[in-house]
Ligand binder design. Structure first.
Ligand code: ZN
Length: 208
Protein backbone atom coordinates (compact mmCIF):
# COMPACT_ATOMS: atom_id res chain seq x y z
CA UNK A 1 0.00 0.00 0.00
CA UNK A 2 1.45 3.41 -0.90
CA UNK A 3 2.53 5.34 2.13
CA UNK A 4 0.03 8.16 1.68
CA UNK A 5 -2.85 5.70 1.98
CA UNK A 6 -1.53 4.11 5.13
CA UNK A 7 -3.26 5.48 8.20
CA UNK A 8 -1.55 5.61 11.55
CA UNK A 9 -2.74 5.86 15.09
CA UNK A 10 -0.49 6.88 17.97
CA UNK A 11 -0.99 5.11 21.26
CA UNK A 12 0.25 5.63 24.76
CA UNK A 13 1.08 2.27 26.37
CA UNK A 14 0.42 2.14 30.12
CA UNK A 15 -3.22 2.96 30.85
CA UNK A 16 -4.27 2.55 27.22
CA UNK A 17 -2.99 -0.86 26.10
CA UNK A 18 -1.99 -2.39 29.42
CA UNK A 19 -2.97 -1.67 32.99
CA UNK A 20 -1.15 1.26 34.53
CA UNK A 21 0.59 0.38 37.76
CA UNK A 22 -0.39 3.07 40.23
CA UNK A 23 2.64 4.87 41.57
CA UNK A 24 4.97 2.42 39.86
CA UNK A 25 6.12 0.86 36.61
CA UNK A 26 5.75 -2.33 34.67
CA UNK A 27 9.14 -3.94 35.31
CA UNK A 28 8.35 -7.54 34.36
CA UNK A 29 6.14 -9.40 31.89
CA UNK A 30 4.12 -10.71 34.82
CA UNK A 31 3.07 -7.11 35.53
CA UNK A 32 2.07 -6.46 31.94
CA UNK A 33 -1.69 -6.94 31.90
CA UNK A 34 -3.63 -6.08 28.76
CA UNK A 35 -6.63 -3.89 29.51
CA UNK A 36 -10.11 -5.24 28.65
CA UNK A 37 -10.69 -5.23 24.87
CA UNK A 38 -7.26 -3.68 24.16
CA UNK A 39 -6.15 -6.58 21.95
CA UNK A 40 -9.51 -6.53 20.21
CA UNK A 41 -9.05 -2.79 19.65
CA UNK A 42 -5.61 -3.31 18.10
CA UNK A 43 -7.05 -5.96 15.79
CA UNK A 44 -9.96 -3.66 14.89
CA UNK A 45 -7.54 -0.88 13.98
CA UNK A 46 -5.42 -3.24 11.86
CA UNK A 47 -8.48 -4.55 10.03
CA UNK A 48 -9.44 -0.97 9.20
CA UNK A 49 -6.03 -0.23 7.72
CA UNK A 50 -4.37 1.47 10.65
CA UNK A 51 -0.82 0.83 11.77
CA UNK A 52 -0.20 1.67 15.41
CA UNK A 53 2.83 3.47 16.78
CA UNK A 54 3.32 3.36 20.54
CA UNK A 55 4.72 6.42 22.29
CA UNK A 56 5.51 5.81 25.94
CA UNK A 57 7.44 7.38 28.81
CA UNK A 58 9.45 4.76 30.68
CA UNK A 59 11.45 6.76 33.20
CA UNK A 60 11.88 3.53 35.15
CA UNK A 61 14.88 2.86 32.92
CA UNK A 62 16.49 6.21 33.77
CA UNK A 63 15.74 5.52 37.42
CA UNK A 64 17.52 2.14 37.15
CA UNK A 65 14.37 0.22 38.07
CA UNK A 66 14.47 -1.60 34.74
CA UNK A 67 17.29 -2.27 32.29
CA UNK A 68 16.93 -1.54 28.58
CA UNK A 69 17.36 -5.27 27.94
CA UNK A 70 14.43 -6.16 30.20
CA UNK A 71 12.30 -3.40 28.72
CA UNK A 72 13.06 -4.86 25.28
CA UNK A 73 12.19 -8.34 26.45
CA UNK A 74 8.82 -7.14 27.84
CA UNK A 75 8.25 -5.28 24.57
CA UNK A 76 8.96 -8.36 22.44
CA UNK A 77 6.42 -10.40 24.39
CA UNK A 78 3.91 -7.57 24.25
CA UNK A 79 4.34 -7.22 20.47
CA UNK A 80 4.10 -10.98 20.00
CA UNK A 81 0.77 -11.08 21.85
CA UNK A 82 -0.51 -8.17 19.78
CA UNK A 83 0.55 -9.80 16.52
CA UNK A 84 -1.08 -13.11 17.55
CA UNK A 85 -4.31 -11.20 18.19
CA UNK A 86 -4.18 -9.68 14.70
CA UNK A 87 -2.93 -6.25 15.74
CA UNK A 88 -0.37 -4.20 13.83
CA UNK A 89 2.05 -2.21 15.98
CA UNK A 90 4.77 -0.98 13.65
CA UNK A 91 7.07 0.70 16.13
CA UNK A 92 7.41 1.45 19.83
CA UNK A 93 9.06 4.68 20.93
CA UNK A 94 10.14 4.86 24.53
CA UNK A 95 11.54 7.85 26.35
CA UNK A 96 13.74 6.28 29.01
CA UNK A 97 14.83 9.58 30.54
CA UNK A 98 13.86 11.06 33.86
CA UNK A 99 11.93 14.33 34.12
CA UNK A 100 15.07 16.11 35.37
CA UNK A 101 16.94 15.12 32.18
CA UNK A 102 14.76 17.66 30.37
CA UNK A 103 14.88 15.68 27.11
CA UNK A 104 12.63 16.45 24.18
CA UNK A 105 11.25 12.92 23.86
CA UNK A 106 9.44 12.75 27.21
CA UNK A 107 5.77 13.64 27.00
CA UNK A 108 4.31 16.29 27.43
CA UNK A 109 6.97 17.33 24.91
CA UNK A 110 6.22 16.28 21.35
CA UNK A 111 9.71 14.97 20.43
CA UNK A 112 8.78 11.29 20.25
CA UNK A 113 5.72 12.01 18.10
CA UNK A 114 7.86 14.14 15.81
CA UNK A 115 10.42 11.34 15.59
CA UNK A 116 7.67 8.91 14.62
CA UNK A 117 6.46 11.39 12.04
CA UNK A 118 9.93 11.53 10.49
CA UNK A 119 10.05 7.73 10.39
CA UNK A 120 6.57 7.13 8.97
CA UNK A 121 5.67 10.41 7.25
CA UNK A 122 2.12 10.58 8.60
CA UNK A 123 0.02 13.73 8.45
CA UNK A 124 -0.28 14.95 12.02
CA UNK A 125 -3.65 16.69 11.48
CA UNK A 126 -5.30 13.38 10.63
CA UNK A 127 -3.32 11.11 12.94
CA UNK A 128 -4.98 10.51 16.28
CA UNK A 129 -3.16 10.11 19.56
CA UNK A 130 -4.89 7.98 22.18
CA UNK A 131 -3.68 8.60 25.72
CA UNK A 132 -4.86 8.61 29.30
CA UNK A 133 -3.00 11.58 30.74
CA UNK A 134 -2.87 15.36 30.41
CA UNK A 135 0.77 14.90 29.29
CA UNK A 136 -0.44 12.77 26.38
CA UNK A 137 -3.00 15.38 25.39
CA UNK A 138 -0.39 18.13 25.58
CA UNK A 139 2.16 16.21 23.52
CA UNK A 140 -0.48 15.45 20.88
CA UNK A 141 -1.55 19.09 20.81
CA UNK A 142 2.03 20.33 20.43
CA UNK A 143 2.60 17.90 17.56
CA UNK A 144 -0.62 19.01 15.86
CA UNK A 145 -2.39 15.67 16.32
CA UNK A 146 -6.04 15.30 17.34
CA UNK A 147 -6.41 13.28 20.53
CA UNK A 148 -8.68 10.85 22.26
CA UNK A 149 -8.52 10.73 26.03
CA UNK A 150 -9.14 7.36 27.61
CA UNK A 151 -10.75 7.94 30.99
CA UNK A 152 -8.75 6.52 33.87
CA UNK A 153 -11.72 6.72 36.21
CA UNK A 154 -14.80 8.80 36.82
CA UNK A 155 -12.95 11.24 39.05
CA UNK A 156 -10.82 12.45 36.18
CA UNK A 157 -13.85 13.58 34.25
CA UNK A 158 -13.94 16.87 36.08
CA UNK A 159 -10.38 17.60 34.96
CA UNK A 160 -10.74 17.00 31.25
CA UNK A 161 -8.62 19.13 28.97
CA UNK A 162 -10.51 21.95 27.35
CA UNK A 163 -9.30 21.42 23.81
CA UNK A 164 -12.28 21.09 21.50
CA UNK A 165 -10.51 18.46 19.42
CA UNK A 166 -10.23 16.06 22.33
CA UNK A 167 -12.68 13.19 22.29
CA UNK A 168 -13.21 11.02 25.35
CA UNK A 169 -13.49 7.24 25.40
CA UNK A 170 -13.84 4.62 28.12
CA UNK A 171 -11.17 2.35 26.70
CA UNK A 172 -9.00 1.77 23.64
CA UNK A 173 -11.70 -0.18 21.85
CA UNK A 174 -14.15 2.67 22.12
CA UNK A 175 -11.43 5.13 21.05
CA UNK A 176 -10.63 2.95 18.02
CA UNK A 177 -14.25 2.78 16.90
CA UNK A 178 -14.60 6.55 17.31
CA UNK A 179 -11.50 7.23 15.21
CA UNK A 180 -12.45 4.79 12.46
CA UNK A 181 -16.03 6.11 12.34
CA UNK A 182 -14.88 9.71 12.16
CA UNK A 183 -12.27 9.08 9.49
CA UNK A 184 -14.55 6.87 7.41
CA UNK A 185 -17.14 9.63 7.46
CA UNK A 186 -14.47 12.08 6.35
CA UNK A 187 -12.97 9.70 3.81
CA UNK A 188 -13.87 11.91 0.88
CA UNK A 189 -11.75 14.73 2.24
CA UNK A 190 -8.11 15.26 1.33
CA UNK A 191 -5.75 14.23 4.09
CA UNK A 192 -4.66 17.75 4.91
CA UNK A 193 -8.12 19.24 5.33
CA UNK A 194 -9.75 19.44 8.71
CA UNK A 195 -13.46 19.39 7.91
CA UNK A 196 -16.16 21.62 9.38
CA UNK A 197 -14.24 24.64 10.65
CA UNK A 198 -12.11 25.00 7.53
CA UNK A 199 -14.73 23.84 5.06
CA UNK A 200 -15.42 27.29 3.57
CA UNK A 201 -11.76 27.86 2.98
CA UNK A 202 -11.49 24.47 1.37
CA UNK A 203 -14.28 25.04 -1.10
CA UNK A 204 -13.09 28.50 -1.89
CA UNK A 205 -9.60 27.26 -2.64
CA UNK A 206 -10.70 24.38 -4.83
CA UNK A 207 -13.71 25.66 -6.73
CA UNK A 208 -11.87 26.80 -9.83
ZN1 ZN B 1 13.40 11.34 26.71
Amino acid sequence: MPNELQRYVLLDRDGVINRRILGGYVTSWKEFEFLPRALEALQYLAVHGYAALVISNQACVGKNLLTIARLESITQRFLTEVALAGGNIKQVYYCVHMPKDDCNCRKPKPGSIQRAQLDFAFVSQTTYFVGDSPEDMQAAGSAGCPAVLVRRDAFLETRLPREVSTMVASNLYEAATMIVAKQTRNAGWPESVVPARDSNKYFHAHQR
